[in-house]
Design a protein around this ligand. Structure first.
Ligand code: G3P
Ligand code: CA
Ligand code: CA
Length: 288
């Protein structure tokens, strides 16, 4: 980025990457400043390319240590251990806490004010290998997709509102009451490659081609997002859905940002264990 472009970007006033694109005719992927309704200024990555562009990066879910179960770094589940006394864990899926930075979104968890401030229509998700530099995210991603049915309008435009309606909290419902699922449009990858990201046993439980919110497992533990899949015939959602509340009754080893992706001890895609590829990639969440 040259100095002239950077000066332009300092002058923009917009609440989302879509507004930057529409108002200032910006077409380049990169870091931009956004402003919340209350006037808070923050910086994030804009995808100005996919399906016409205008996508705002609002969060990333990163697994720093799959052996640490609801330990430090599990900001999207709980940093306080597998604990029935904190049934919604950190609560970060449904609050205004923020953490991390856009440039380190593949190296640590990230959540910016856009997560709760932007009123969006759709979501896009990129699974980007850990520690990839921002300029390589798009080409490095193992999976990229977006929705196009404006489902976020049903939830006042963002995940903060969606998860008020569908709390990510232990014992709020049973597996049959799992949250909403929406079809996705693939930008990189397909239904077959999505299946291969998860364990062979898990594949028998879900159907690919969807994004699902707030699934509930056999033991009434709640997760936040099933990326690329919809649970269909089973309730071992802890093996293929990320984020969660602070309590997983089946086993203390199911609590964490990537839940029980290593159920069969990071054994490739044997049994219930997810692939090394998806375990080693951060899930980047965008709005438009
Ligand atoms: O979450 C997976 C776990 O419930 C599987 O149990 O007895 O089939 O290894 P099991
Ligand atoms: Ca984490
Ligand atoms: Ca299970």
């Amino acid at each position: 980025i040259n100095l002239g472009k950077l000066k332009d970007r300092f002058r923009y006033v917009a609440q989302s990457c879509k507004e930057i694109m529409d108002r200032y005719k910006e077409k380049e992927d990169g870091l931009y400043f956004l402003t919340t309704a209350n006037g808070l200024v923050y910086q994030t990555f804009c995808d100005m390319t996919t399906d016409g562009g205008g996508w705002t990066l609002v969060a990333s879910v990163h697994e720093n240590n799959l052996y640490g179960k609801c330990s430090v770094g599990d900001r999207w589940s709980s940093q306080q251990g597998n604990n029935a006394d904190v049934p919604d864990g950190e609560g970060n899926w449904a609050n205004r806490n923020t953490f991390g930075s856009a440039e380190s979104a593949t190296s640590d968890d990230f959540k910016n004010p856009g997560y709760y401030d932007i009123e969006a229509d759709d979501m896009s998700v990129w699974h980007v290998p850990n520690n990839s530099p921002l300029e390589n995210w798009r080409i490095a991603a193992i999976l990229r997709y977006h929705t196009d049915n404006h489902f976020l309008r049903l939830y006042e435009g963002n995940l903060n509102q969606l998860f008020q309606q569908y709390p990510v909290k232990f014992n709020v419902g049973s597996c049959s009451e799992r949250g909403p699922a929406f079809p996705i449009v693939y930008d990189h990858g397909d239904k077959e490659s999505t299946k291969e990201l998860y364990g062979t046993y898990s594949r028998a439980e879900f159907v690919p081609g969807f994004i699902t919110f707030r699934p509930i497992n056999n033991e009434r533990a709640a997760m936040a997002v099933c990326s690329g899949v919809k649970p269909a015939t089973g309730c071992n959602t802890e093996t293929y859905c990320i984020g969660g509340g602070g309590y997983f009754p089946e086993h203390s080893g199911q609590c964490g940002d990537f839940t029980a992706f290593d159920w069969d001890r990071i054994a490739g895609t044997q049994g219930w264990s997810a692939s090394r590829d998806v375990i080693g990639a951060a899930a980047l969440l965008f709005y438009r």
